[in-house]
Design a protein around this ligand. Sequence first.
Ligand SMILES: [Zn+2]
Ligand SMILES: [Zn+2]
Length: 185
Amino acid sequence: MIMFGDERLPERVWDKINKTDSCWLWRGAISRGGYGKATSHKDAHRFVYETLIGSIPEGLEIDHLCRIRHCVNPSHMEPVTRRINVLRGKSPPAQQAKQTHCYRDHKLAGSNLILNNGSRVCRECKNEYQRKRLASNRESINEQRRLRYEINRTPLRDRERRQKARKRYATTHGYTKGPYERRLP
Ligand SMILES: [Zn+2]
Ligand SMILES: [Zn+2]
């Protein structure tokens, strides 16, 4: 068991590591791939591993068992072949092949599993998605109706106003076409 703060690593390196409940997160530079960088040529996790555990056999890659690439906790690392690393990694086919539950933790088996062109879909999540889409669709339909109603209502109100004005004019003047109506927009 390697302890955090092991003196085989210099203090300045420990200063660059943020210890969480399980991971040791690199606070220094992070490469574009998401790995911590000890120097411009050295990945931080490899540096920590090599210092605290030992050299990484030629040709092997470090697999982060915790799936956090900038974690430098050597007990979260395992040197593996490229093939195994890819299989274990996040490449969609590998990821999906070993998936037993969807990301919302529904079991991907039996009637809840939909096989779609080789990809595995959770029925519960799919239904939920469709429900949401329908609901939002309904909202937009309602919104469109409301807008159409508003548009139709405005000229109607105007027409009603004109009719009332005409009626009023007719009752006071005895005929329907008058100056008031001409003044109306
Ligand atoms: Zn970790
Ligand atoms: Zn699901």
